[in-house]
Write a protein that binds this ligand. Structure first.
Ligand code: HEM
Ligand SMILES: *[C@@H]1O[C@H](CO)[C@@H](O)[C@H](O)[C@H]1NC(C)=O
Ligand SMILES: *[C@@H]1O[C@H](CO)[C@@H](O)[C@H](O)[C@H]1NC(C)=O
Length: 499
């Protein structure tokens, strides 16, 4: 028996030793390739040690950006745990990656395995030809014509928001947790538009549609870590058929989507929303259009995840800034009243308020809800005008928050100043230093929709209420380290007064 024990121990020791050697070698991955790097990657954690524990990804990438910027580098190598990653600083290189040489950078490198995990087959994660096919099929769903069609549905929800705020304001003013209120609003918007359900989560925060996904977001860091893990061991994970989405969430969305489709097909319900368009595609005879019920479910899920918290965060950050500067708030309200009057909003009015667009743009500049874009190189890539070469399958971070807060492009970046976004000032900047929705063929497909619901929400509030700091408003705003996107911590109480 002793020899067996000896073998077991030897094998064990050899495994541990080679694992140790592998991890140790990873730390010098960039140095070995003569690529500029931090030179202090830790074992296992690489350069992202504090992620989700004491720092948000945004803060880590901001620090790395400043470090590389001080060294005047166009790009710097880091280790995202054990994944070799580069941070891109140079706007021209960003443009090359996102547009010019897109053919080499069309993937994000996120794990997906639709055969065994149908919900992982969503637009954000899919790669290569599968992504392109789906993107082409879905694009017609997001045209401005389709947005106009959904506009009435959004107005209906914004009316509920108005009524709700009036009810809360018995004394003429009230301090409300605006992050929660606005998350209720966007959940209802995406709930009616993507799933066709009237959930009214504004009044009933415990309804399933608000509660179950909320649970997911509360664990979103755990979920992020799981995604990173799957990214690192993509090959093995695919073989082992690991799932990207938790089972309870999958069950919830599968039931929801099947239920909606059944109900609509049985009762011949037609509505102006995403689900209607997706069902039409499901029943289409044209193979270039046709999608399956699993594909519908995965897209509905990603519309939900990508659609509700990003927009509600923009609105709450915007209101926070407006509460701090009544001059800007008054000017904005005046313009809103000039363009929209007191009556019903129209699609063209909502999109045509120039100062509102500037205010929203500046909010997205200072607080991009998605702090970093991600791409993966397919083949190795020679960086133009330099002797640097990106290895194949390298993860690329484009740190938009850091770029948006770089004084070289935006002097005094802490200051909230919508004037940065006059046509004139905009033209003075490199177009790739403003990227809240990404860029190129793989940018945010839901940009128009996100902007529309953001504008409608802000107009509905500002037309009738003044926003101020209340006794419990946090100063300054802290970010929620546990959130996957960048969102302020807590409910963000703000004082609303009836005008
Ligand atoms: C203000 C709100 C929003 C912001 C700031 C935002 C931001 C972003 C960003 C930065 C990306 C990555 C783009 C890139 O890598 O170049 C993205 C992708 C995406 N967004 Fe949005 N988004 C918003 C609203 C929405 C909405 C409302 C939807 C859907 C209804 C949506 C659906 C998606 C999808 C499906 C992708 C992946 C696209 C692809 O890979 O082809 N987003 N978004
Ligand atoms: C982690 O955060 C601490 C303080 O929050 C900081 O001192 C330290 O430098 C950070 N570590 C890394 C590796 O960035
Ligand atoms: C408010 O905004 C205006 C216009 O951008 C600016 O002139 C003023 O200094 C700002 N006030 C404060 C308190 O930040």
């Amino acid at each position: 028996m002793e020899w067996l024990l000896a073998i077991v121990i030897t094998v064990l020791l050899a495994t541990v030793a080679s694992l140790w050697l592998f991890l140790d070698k990873r730390r010098s991955y960039w140095r070995d390739r003569n690529f500029p790097c931090t030179g202090r990657s830790a074992m296992i954690y690489g350069d992202y040690k504090n992620w989700s524990r004491t720092e948000h990804l945004q803060e880590i990438n901001f620090r790395l950006y400043q470090e590389f910027k001080a060294r005047k580098l166009p790009v710097g190598g880091t280790m995202l745990y054990i994944i070799p990653t580069v941070l891109v600083l140079d706007p021209e290189l960003i443009k090359a990656i996102m547009v010019k040489d897109f053919a080499n950078f069309h993937d994000r490198g996120i794990y997906n395995n639709p055969e065994v995990d149908p919900l992982s087959g969503h637009l954000f994660a899919l790669e290569g030809a599968a992504w392109r096919l789906l993107r082409t099929k879905l694009s017609p769903t997001f045209t401005s014509g389709k947005m106009k069609m959904m506009f009435e549905t959004i107005l209906g929800v914004s009316d509920e928001l108005r009524k709700y705020l009036h009810e809360e304001m018995v004394q003429g003013a009230a301090e409300l947790h605006m992050k929660d209120v606005l998350a209720g609003y966007t959940t209802d918007v995406i709930g009616t538009c993507a799933f066709g359900i009237e959930c009214n989560s504004l009044r009933d925060p415990e309804c399933d549609f608000r509660r179950i996904p909320k649970k997911l977001f509360e664990q979103s860091v755990g979920q992020m870590m799981w995604m990173i893990f799957l990214m690192m061991f993509k090959g093995v994970a695919t073989k082992l058929k690991l799932k990207a989405m938790p089972d309870d969430l999958e069950g919830f969305f599968v039931r929801l989507v099947r239920g909606t489709i059944d109900h609509r097909e049985k009762n011949n319900v037609q509505r102006n929303d995403f689900m209607n368009l997706l069902i039409q595609m499901k029943n289409s005879n044209n193979p270039e259009e046709k999608i399956t019920i699993d594909e519908i479910t995965a897209q509905a899920l990603i519309f939900f995840i990508a659609g509700f918290e990003t927009s509600s965060t923009v609105m709450v950050n915007c209101l926070y800034e407006l509460a701090q500067n009544q001059t800007i708030q008054d000017k904005l309200r005046k313009e809103i009243r000039q363009v929209c009057g007191e009556g019903k909003l129209t699609y063209d009015n909502v999109c045509g308020i120039e100062y509102l667009n500037m205010v929203v743009d500046e909010t997205l500049r200072k607080y991009p809800p998605v702090d970093s874009l991600i791409r993966t190189s397919i083949k190795s890539y020679q960086i133009e005008d330099s002797d640097l070469k990106l290895p194949e399958r390298t993860v690329i971070f484009i740190p938009i928050h850091a770029i948006h807060n770089d004084p070289q492009y935006y002097p005094d970046p802490e200051r909230f100043d919508p004037e940065r976004f006059t046509a004139e000032n905009r033209a003075k900047r490199h177009p790739f230093v403003y990227l809240p929705f990404g860029e190129g063929p793989r940018n945010c497909i839901g940009m128009r929709f996100g902007l529309m619901q953001t504008r409608v929400g802000l107009i509905s509030i500002l037309r009738e209420f003044r926003v101020k700091f209340g006794p419990n408003t946090p100063v300054p705003l802290k970010i929620d380290i546990k959130s996957g996107i960048v969102s302020p911590l807590g409910g963000v109480p703000l004082l609303l007064e009836k005008l």
